[in-house]
Write a protein that binds this ligand. Sequence first.
Ligand SMILES: *Cc1c(COP(=O)(O)O)cnc(C)c1O
Length: 235
Amino acid sequence: MNTISSRLQHILATIQSARAAGHCQQTVQLLAVSKAQSALRLREAYAAGQRAFGENYLQEALEKQAQLSDLAIEWHFIGPIQSNKTQLIAQNFSWVHSLDRLKIAQRLNAARSASQPPLQVCIQLNVDSEASKGGVAMHEVAALAAAIVSLPQLRLRGLMAIPEPSQDRDKQRMQFKQVRECYDALIKTGYALDTLSIGMSEDYPIAIEQGASIVRIGSALFGARQPAGTIAASA
Ligand SMILES: *Cc1c(COP(=O)(O)O)cnc(C)c1O
């Protein structure tokens, strides 16, 4: 039976076998990417044991947060961030994976209340210079990291990347490896990082082998996404 619960068990088992095959020391957390999924489906994943959920679109996420306020979900923001959305993102999420501009970091920092724990952030790295995907270029990461650690309401945890999807496993592996090397270089410089957010439904075993500590998985867990605009009606 192809339920969310059975897919979740399958993914968790695949994560463990990828760790074993790669002789990985790091723990690997599953982030359930729930964009374009109804609140009901998140509730189903929660009932099966999933706690961390990733959303790309603020308005959609806020609606689901309201509908699921009885659950102890850890919310991660993983989509592009417009500056007029920083206030609500800072107030309603525990994590932001898609930080790629100093101005956004400063606005998130200003909007994060001192009564909340610091916002956990990853810098999004652009590995293939695909302008559309967002993320900072490799040579800009060190400067952005230095600026972020001076912001008291943010806590820099690591790097996130969305390499261009490819059927070529070696290419995929190389791209993850580049992110990993950039991450290792930052640690060597003295940053206390523990999070490498790489790997999605199609490639997470390779990402784990290359050191992923968070894999962001949507369709392999929830099935195909519903067309835009149908969420509110079906929730
Ligand atoms: C949609 C999305 C994912 C999940 O993609 P799947 O291929 O469905 O697993 C992961 N990360 C980001 C940033 C996304 O936008």
